[in-house]
Design a protein around this ligand. Structure first.
Ligand code: ATP
Length: 503
């Protein structure tokens, strides 16, 4: 059998020189093939770097990099870790400016096995075999960045003071107070019936405050089951509770750090959690569930409720100390029926926005339609107005909208002859008593019950201004069950497709 010494010349003649030669040639091969090679000493300082790699990091002459800490030359360098642990990092992806690099880092040992430095190779252009891996990584990285951007966008204010339409004296006063609130850092308490614009105003206050370029994070207290609220607020360590995500969960306090935490429907906060919230607000510290870790959180609180908070305090359902803590800058948003002067500007602004978004022609509202709108008491306030106009635009088939077309959308019978066209009738208006059913066309029991349920849900929705969580609460079923029924009835054509909101 041919031995190495027979096969090669004297260079390969003995064991030690074979090993040395192999190492040298390995180094040369890597050095030739790699985009960059770097060697650091036991202190993590650069002792050698090739020209190409030095140039990539802005050193025209490699000598300029020699003697510097490796992180000063390569910002994300892990060479120091290799020196410290004595362990190689055989394959890694490193971000370095233009595009990611595949890097390999190996410890350099002395004869006694002590780590005396490390050598790193960066590979990219030449490694065609790694192209699929790299492009997979690049795609994943870009997707992650895009998701982060979207998430950040959702944590920005969607509205400013300019979005808050209305010139009635009451609205001007609300805006004046809100503008002042934006300039201070104290808690704000927004009070008002459903759909009066509390959330919109919270966004505007955040957008007008010094915290505007930090996150605005919303917690809708009513929409989250009591059992999950604590985690929602404070977060949880990995595996802290049954069903917890493996990686744990970041709480809204932490997410909102430096920005604004908007607590919608604060009146629905369970008593047990109220004291924890109060403590978090006082100490500006939170402890994620199961973590033993204290996190500082600097948030500005804006709370909102349509409930009568003093009455809840009186009834022992809301802590007085929390109420006083939140009620530093109270702002009351009056219901729409008490600011008639806002109705038309609001209707036109909303119509314009809907028509722009849906690329439809704006319907012309006749005088009698406008006067009917003025007579309506808008229990769902601006949300109800918006939902009504959404439906109006959807059903509009040209021509001026008169009162008889509008009436069914407001849950009324037609106010002028001829009778209301059935196509625009709301599910409630379409509901007939058994006596009114055509005798020749009796409905099956199941369909009759389904129609009744659809009308019942529509009524609950109308009474809550299209707010599903509120409607669900009012009739005593879960939000999920309400949505499920809604979807089923819509699919079966028993309910109109538009006119609900989630908040
Ligand atoms: N002054 C306003 N100008 C323009 N749009 C408004 C105004 N007030 C309310 N809206 C619109 O009405 C709808 C309901 O407003 P918002 O969600 O802010 O009310 P809310 O008081 O927070 O209601 P809820 O108590 O039910 O959560 C939104 O579509 C909002 O954009």
């Amino acid at each position: 059998m041919e031995t190495l010494s027979e096969a090669g010349d004297n260079v390969l003649g003995n064991y030690d020189s074979v090993a040395r030669r192999a190492m040298e040639s390995l180094f040369r091969t890597f050095e030739n093939f790699s985009e960059g090679t770097i060697v650091v000493d036991v202190h993590g300082r650069v002792v050698w770097i090739n020209k190409r790699y030095a140039a990539r990091f802005g050193f025209a002459d490699p000598q300029e990099a020699v003697g510097l800490d490796c992180e000063r030359v390569i910002p994300n360098s892990l060479m120091r870790d290799v020196v410290d642990t004595g362990k190689p990092i055989l394959l890694d992806i490193m971000e370095a400016g233009r595009e990611p690099m595949i890097v390999m880092r190996l410890p350099i040992k002395d004869d006694d096995g002590n780590t005396v430095g490390a050598v790193g190779f960066a590979l990219f252009d030449e490694l065609k075999a790694l192209t699929p891996l790299l492009s997979h990584y690049t795609r994943a990285r870009d997707e992650l960045a895009a998701t982060r951007r979207t998430l950040e966008q959702t944590r920005r204010a969607k509205y400013t003071f300019a979005s808050f339409v209305g010139n009635s004296p009451a609205t001007l006063e609300v805006k004046r107070l809100a503008r002042r609130a934006a300039q201070v850092d104290a808690p704000v308490l927004l009070l008002g019936e459903t759909g009066t614009g509390k959330e919109l105003l919270a966004h505007a206050i955040h957008a007008g405050s010094l915290r505007a370029d930090r996150p605005l994070v919303t917690v809708n207290v009513a929409a989250i089951p009591d059992a999950l609220l604590e985690v929602e607020f404070f977060g949880a360590a990995p595996g802290a509770y049954t069903g917890a995500e493996r990686k744990g969960r970041v709480g809204k306090f932490e997410l909102a750090d430096g920005g604004t935490l908007f607590l919608d429907e604060i009146g629905d906060m369970p008593l047990a959690l109220q004291s924890k919230l109060l403590r978090a607000l006082q100490d500006k510290e939170i402890e994620p569930i199961g973590s033993n870790r204290i996190i500082r959180s600097d948030v500005r609180i804006i709370a909102a409720t349509s409930a009568d908070l003093p009455a809840l305090v009186e009834a022992g359902k809301f802590r007085a100390d929390l109420y006083y803590r939140l009620n530093v800058v109270p702002i009351c948003l009056p219901p729409l029926r008490q600011r008639q002067a806002d109705l038309l500007p609001l209707a036109y602004a909303i119509l314009e926005e809907i028509c722009r978004r849906t690329e439809r022609d704006a319907p012309v509202l006749s005088d009698c339609a406008l006067s009917l709108m003025g007579q309506h008491d808008w229990p769902g306030n601006v949300r109800e107005l918006r939902n009504t106009l959404e439906r109006l635009v959807m059903l509009h088939d040209g021509g001026a909208v008169d009162a008889s077309r509008l009436a069914p959308l407001l849950g009324r019978r037609a106010v002028t002859a001829p009778p209301v066209a059935p196509v625009t009738a709301s599910p409630l208006a379409q509901t007939r008593t058994p006596e009114q059913m055509p005798p020749t066309d009796p409905l099956g029991y199941a369909e009759a019950m389904a129609q009744y349920e659809a009308a019942y849900l529509s009524q609950a929705l109308a009474a809550s201004g299209g707010n599903v969580p509120r409607a669900a609460r009012a009739i005593g079923i879960s939000r999920a069950a309400f949505y499920k029924k809604l979807v089923a009835h819509r699919a079966a054509g028993r309910m109109a497709p538009a006119g609900i909101t989630e908040t």
